[in-house]
Design a protein around this ligand. Structure first.
Ligand code: AGP
Length: 628
């Protein structure tokens, strides 16, 4: 079957990229780095080494094990300079031929790439007209030939790469080696991740620090539009024109064990279990000695924040749902109108954004291209942009006016869990801060919410301890074809998130609805025994909301649904209409998503495992989506 270009584009994700120069066997370092990046998802892999004035390369479709099989049958020469790549197909199917690295005709240059070179067709025609035969379907291969031509014309390798970059449209990370430069790796980036690892007598480039963290925790940012050249003892950073740029070094404060599963069957399970700590960490140190909320990383002055007359939250996927939850708290606490927008839609609808708009972009990875493009559009329109991000030094926080980091720690599973909880917490901190400086919240009210938030980690842990029946339920429903999720108020985005989790890892039809919308159409989906999760708000304080959702439970049950009700301790009104009850501790309604989503995460995880699917690396998905 031929897959159209549009589909390949949607399948494009961050490829794993590693480059090494030093004293260790480069092949070992590179393969180990690629293994550490496996969680990103990929469909082929390859390596290239510079040895004795020549290039050696190997590649294979499929997982790294396939490449290792190739290497064991045909060992590579010893070398201390090399690069490696795990590819998610964009142009051309995942075959040996299309796997990276790509070499030029003479086998002098090996090049790997993440992203999409948008003008590759023009460049390809130009190369073909000059007599070059391209052997793959990829956009990447053109860059390899162009680079080789620049070197052949006399340019030194880094300069050759700069010249090539200036000719490319689109987003890319490129890493290359040359047969004639045994101790040199060059790399470049535009709108695609790249970081340098600084060792002692060795240096690394990679798409993610996880690739080299076993060797060094000292890192250097590579900014957008920059080229870096590493040798064992030097790192040289310039822009695409060759002008030196200021270096920004930093220390990575998580260790390699954080990237392991710690005895859990899946990263997703480990990350679900880490949620109490992630929430607690995100709250740490946010109050000063006088009891005022302080957000050190905010970088926007109080005057600027007082001037704001509208908030637009922009994000994708789970981060978008965190934004939908946050809207309720932001408007309630600050009285500033708040819109929530899908990043992929934002800049295409001529949004009304101005100097007094605060745009809050939420992104776990900090590299999501839809969100990055929306951010840039918002800034061009004069808005101030605050990023809520889990990844230190990623592109999105770097390009924002201000940042509030969630402290969830590395999230490996493609299905986001702990990031969601910490994003909600971070948004709430921003809302409270705005309430504080604009005077829409009294100090004691803010202190009370912060106390409630601080009480959440043990409550999340309590929910986690009671998950056995949820796991059992998931196993018993493994052959179900469809699951529905209902919620109202902040429970509505929780329902959407529950459905997303089930779709992405259990490949099951799942839909989330605002419970009040049921009667306007979706109730037609309810048939005998269809499982329907209902997120029930507390009966305390918002009894109207509670009464309404109890009616919704009755409506679906009367039509044969199997109701799975998530309700707080002591809510007896739901008991007669629930086939299954999942209890969560009492808390204020606005904070309930931090508890109610946990059983939905666990349900999806267990369901995916029961159906025999890869929980951490679901098909067609990967952790960070770096194309629009
Ligand atoms: C969540 O489980 C997803 N894998 C996905 O929706 C994700 O939340 C989305 O792609 C946004 O990613 P980001 O937070 O890294 O920007």
């Amino acid at each position: 079957m031929r897959v159209g270009r549009a589909l390949w584009r949607t399948l494009c994700r961050v490829c794993g990229i590693v480059g090494y120069v030093g004293e260790q066997p480069a092949l070992d370092v590179v393969l180990e780095g690629l293994r550490r990046l496996e969680y990103r998802g990929y469909d082929s892999a390859g390596v290239a080494l510079v040895a004795d004035g020549a290039l050696a390369s190997a590649k294979a479709a499929g997982k790294l094990a396939n490449l290792e099989k190739v290497l064991s049958g045909d060992p590579m020469p010893a070398a201390t300079t090399g690069l490696g790549h795990t590819r998610w197909a964009t142009h051309g199917p995942p075959t040996d031929r299309n796997a990276h690295p790509h070499l030029d005709r003479a086998g002098q240059v090996a090049l790997i790439h993440n992203g999409i070179i948008e003008n590759f067709a023009v460049l390809r025609r130009e190369l073909e007209a000059a007599g070059v035969t391209l052997v793959s379907d990829t956009d990447t291969e053109v860059a390899a030939h162009l680079l080789a031509a620049e070197v052949a014309a006399g340019a030194e390798l880094a300069d050759a790469l700069r010249r090539v970059c200036r000719r490319l449209d689109g987003a890319f990370t490129l890493v290359a080696v040359h047969a004639g430069s045994p101790d040199r790796v060059v790399a470049a980036r535009r709108n695609s991740p790249l970081v340098v690892g600084l060792g002692d007598g060795e240096n690394f480039v990679a798409s993610d620090v996880a690739a080299f963290i076993a060797h060094t925790r000292d890192a250097l940012e590579v900014g957008d539009g920059q080229v870096v050249e590493i040798t064992p003892d030097s790192v040289t950073l310039t822009d695409f024109e060759g002008d030196p740029v200021e270096e920004k070094r930093y220390h990575v404060d998580w260790d390699i064990s954080a990237a392991q599963k710690d005895g859990y069957d899946f990263f997703m399970l480990k990350e679900i279990a880490e949620q109490p700590k992630a929430v607690a960490d995100t709250l740490l140190g946010r109050v000063d000695e006088a009891g005022n909320l302080t957000l050190d990383e905010m970088r926007l002055s109080d005057d600027e924040l007082r001037d704001i007359d509208k908030i637009i939250i922009i994000a994708a996927g789970t981060s978008y749902y965190a934004g939908l939850v946050a809207k309720y708290a932001i408007e309630h606490w600050t009285r500033i109108p708040c819109e929530v927008e899908l990043a992929s839609e934002f800049r295409y609808r001529d949004p009304i954004v101005g100097r007094r708009t605060l745009v809050v972009v939420i992104s776990q990875s900090g590299e999501t291209m839809d969100t990055l493009m929306a951010l840039r559009h918002a800034r061009e329109q004069g808005a101030r942009v605050l990023a809520i991000c889990n990844t230190n030094g990623a592109t999105i926080p770097r390009e924002s006016d201000a940042v509030l980091y969630t402290r969830a720690g590395i999230e490996v599973a493609v299905a986001s869990t702990k990031a969601f909880l910490t994003q909600i917490v971070a948004c709430y901190l921003v809302a409270l801060y705005l309430g504080q400086i604009r005077g829409t919240k009294w100090g004691d009210e803010i202190a009370a919410v912060l106390r409630d938030l601080s009480a959440m980690p043990p409550k999340i842990a309590e929910v986690l301890r009671a998950m056995d029946p949820v796991r059992e339920l998931a196993r018993s429903l493994a052959s179900t074809t469809s699951v529905l999720f209902l919620g109202r108020h902040v429970g509505y985005p929780v329902a959407l998130e529950g459905a997303l989790k089930l779709k992405e890892i259990a490949y099951m039809h799942a839909e989330g609805f605002a419970a009040g919308e049921l009667k306007h159409g979706p109730i037609a989906l309810v048939e005998q025994d269809v499982p329907v999760f209902v997120v029930v708000p507390s009966p305390r304080g918002r009894s109207v909301l509670h009464d309404k959702i109890v009616s919704n439970i009755q409506e679906v049950r009367a039509r044969g649904a199997r109701t799975i009700v998530i309700a707080e301790e002591g809510d007896e009104a739901v008991v007669p209409y629930a086939d299954h009850i999942v209890r969560v501790p009492q808390c204020p309604t606005l904070l309930q998503p931090l508890l109610a989503v946990v059983p939905l995460q666990v349900f999806a995880c267990e369901m995916a495992a029961a159906r025999g699917f890869d929980v951490d690396q679901p098909r067609n998905l990967a952790k960070s989506v770096t194309v629009e």
